[in-house]
Ligand binder design. Sequence first.
Ligand code: NDP
Length: 339
Amino acid sequence: MATNRQFVLAQRPDGVPDDEDFELVETDVPEPGPHEVLVRTRYLSVDPYMRDRMREGESYAEPWAVGDALRGAVVGEVVESNHPDYEAGDTVTGNLVWADYAVADGADVVAVETGDLRESVALGVLGMPGRTAYFGVTDVLDPDPGDTVVVSAAAGAVGSVVGQIAKLNGCRVVGIAGSDAKVEYLTDDLGFDAGINYADEDVADALADAAPQGVDAYFDNVGGDITDAVFAHLNVRASVAVCGQIALYNEEGVTMGPRKLPRLVETRARVEGFLVGDYAPRFEEASERLAQWVQSGDVQFRETVADGLENAPDAFVGLFEGENVGKQVVRVEAEFDGS
Ligand code: NDP
């Protein structure tokens, strides 16, 4: 009988999560019931929003209870199927537990077709992060050609795609990231016009050089001091898409009210939060466009791959330390012996 390992939330994190907040438990491989499939995990996604699910209290997503299995986007192979749409050997993606094996209703997974590309792209540029970038730029920011667009966490899964889509729209693009290597990646590989290393530079000063005409559109992945610095450069009628606030995710409670709002009065700027899930009826449109851009080379991507289910917590925590370039995934390679 093959064994299964699965991560559960051992306790609620206090600040940045650490090893004690996660527990790897052994279970039997679950049996698929009627209409269910048994999926062997090949890649799982770690995402910043998961930090929010680890805390008690209201959010747009239900919090996990202590003892609950951790859950997120997974790409895996169907090894047993009781659902007419799937058979053993199919590759599927769905919101599954962090485990070697998971069962899911066949209606809750979708087939993955990534052609020549590694199937993990279904968790990144061709998955939820890519779609977030697509809708955030095309619908929320909606920049005009020639506009200056700034994006924070620019070398990450969402930010790297945001900047490239803005370039395809004819914009001047400035990326903010946490190291010189990341800034080089943005400007040398991805075609950003300028990059700012916030760990080394004063962002407000650096923006005066990088965005001499001011900022027409800001894609905010980060919040905190970086966003304050960008607000100082917003142009009249600028747009701000609030996608995420990763700089604040490990804080307990809100330490102060909204910041730099006088700047919004001066500029009459529009600030809009959004959730990619609201665009579910248009996911196919996003996936098709992203796939075309990836195929043509107009959108490039990188992945940071951690090896082994046991390393998923470290890969998750690394998101808050800037260890990833592009999409952070975890490769999971359990052997299935069919028993
Ligand atoms: P990333 O791949 O961008 O990884 C997170 C990055 O954030 C790190 O690599 C790090 O890069 C940066 N970062 C971490 N801590 C800080 C900090 N204190 N200050 C500044 N930068 C920091 O993650 P995703 O692309 O998956 O997510 C990006 C953002 O988008 C997150 O805020 C996430 O919650 C949000 N999001 C929102 C969605 C929505 O529907 N609204 C959907 C998907 C994601 P660096 O080295 O540059 O610091």
